[in-house]
Design a protein around this ligand. Structure first.
Ligand code: NAD
Length: 380
């Protein structure tokens, strides 16, 4: 068996996503399993070169995982030809200029979302990458979740008939940081640091909607900041300048209406932190991160509205579980493998910078809709 090594410069590995999902659960996990298998049986192992601002933190992570390469000098990392791939999980607002440097160095790019802070910035990156002829990809992790893979299976099978609507609830209570520490970094609540739930989640919603149900062609949104003041990691109170909830209606190709609520100010009374209900003429489904239940039209009950009587039906029990029928990998790792195949053997990976542009475009349209109280059309 031939094994080759692909060096990857990993920037932002001291962060939540960079460390846990990308370094540990993806890049190191791929090496532990012996690499990514290519069509011809060759295996590709990934060798990370850690980049960040804090040498001590990088050294500590490297030591913990038996890694030998780290640096605080991004340009030096980008000039080393043993590392042809650049990955970015830094804060959103410093990503664009790092990716410009990586493209300039001729590196293929894989990045967390959003790819940039603005549509213009994201388009500029897409054009630069195309001109430089480098492969580029943006994290689309939700598509690889078991619940959404099951939903995709249902769509592809024709189970729904004509899909009418999608209703999604995402969110949970993020503590304000005063009497209990917040469970998300404080920058998420400051617009000036690239925070805000609209920018964060609409990038995901765009690719979920377009890959499962149809291209988004308009949005009406109400975004708001429910909690105006929070306490940061150091115990200091700060103004929450970014939106922490977004209530939106998206119109999709084919007449599908998707209504998605995203909030860090809701308490969970659901089975999972995100849930989508899809209703079609022939059947309905409710999918979360892992689970998915269905109700075909043949098994649909006929409720009759009568507020005088106590409910006797258990509606939840009338749904049927969709079986796994497959072993599901960590979604981040599954996409890393797909992107590595894309880089090394030109296998398909459609989630490129232009997909990232559409994500940030939807986020900006949502914010504009809320600001102007208007329905915003998106270019097709
Ligand atoms: N795909 C997903 O589901 C998902 C989930 C959460 C976050 N994200 C994205 O991942 C990125 C990181 O989010 P996180 O939650 O890991 O944040 P985090 O605060 O935990 O990590 C941020 C990283 O950026 C670095 N950083 C901070 N300020 C910097 C600066 N001025 N210059 C250079 N580096 C700086 C930090 O050292 C750290 O390594 C964001 O772009 C976010 O949108 C994606």
């Amino acid at each position: 068996m031939t094994v080759r090594t692909l060096g990857v410069v990993m920037n932002g590995v001291t962060g939540r996503m960079g460390y846990r999902q990308h370094l540990v659960r993806s890049v190191l996990a791929i090496s532990e399993q012996g690499g990514v298998e290519l069509a011809d049986g060759t295996r590709v192992r990934l060798e990370p070169l850690l980049v960040g601002r804090n040498e001590a933190k990088l050294a500590e992570i490297a030591e913990r995982h038996g890694l030998t390469r780290w640096t605080t000098d991004l340009d030096a990392a980008l000039s080393d030809d043993q590392f042809p791939l650049y990955f970015d999980a830094q804060l959103t607002n410093v990503r664009e200029k790092s990716i410009v440097r990586a493209i300039g160095a001729g590196r293929h790019i894989y990045t967390e979302k959003p790819v940039a802070e603005s549509v213009e910035g994201a388009l500029d990156l897409a054009h630069r990458a195309a001109e430089a002829g480098v492969k580029n990809g943006v994290v689309h992790d939700k598509l690889y979740l078991p619940g959404l893979l099951k939903l995709k299976r249902l769509v592809d099978s024709g189970f729904f008939g004509r899909i009418l609507s999608v209703r999604g609830e995402f969110g949970y209570w993020v503590f304000e940081g005063d009497w209990q520490a917040a469970q998300r970094p404080s920058w998420n609540y400051r617009a000036e640091d690239g925070g805000g739930i609209t920018v964060d989640m609409f990038c995901h919603w765009n690719y979920v909607l377009e890959n499962l149900f149809g291209q988004v062609h308009s949005v009406i949104a109400k975004t708001t900041t429910h909690i105006p003041s929070r306490v940061d990691e150091r115990g200091a109170r700060y103004d929450a300048t970014a939106d922490d909830a977004a209530y939106a209606i998206f119109e999709l190709d084919g007449g599908v209406v998707a209504q998605l609520n995203s909030s860090w100010c809701v308490r969970v009374h659901r089975d999972e932190l995100v849930e989508f209900q899809v209703d079609g003429t022939h059947g309905s489904a409710v999918a979360g991160l892992h689970g998915c239940v269905i109700q075909p039209r043949e098994a649909t009950p006929k409720p009759v509205w009568n507020p005088d009587l106590r409910e006797t039906q258990s509606y939840r029990d009338q749904w049927q579980e969709v079986p796994d029928n497959a072993a599901f990998e960590n979604g981040f790792k599954a996409q890393w493998e797909q992107f590595v195949r894309h880089v090394v053997e030109d296998a398909p990976h459609p989630y490129d910078f232009m997909a990232g542009v559409r994500g940030i475009r939807l986020a900006q349209a949502g914010l504009e809709s809320s600001r102007t109280n208007q329905r915003i059309e998106l270019p097709r």
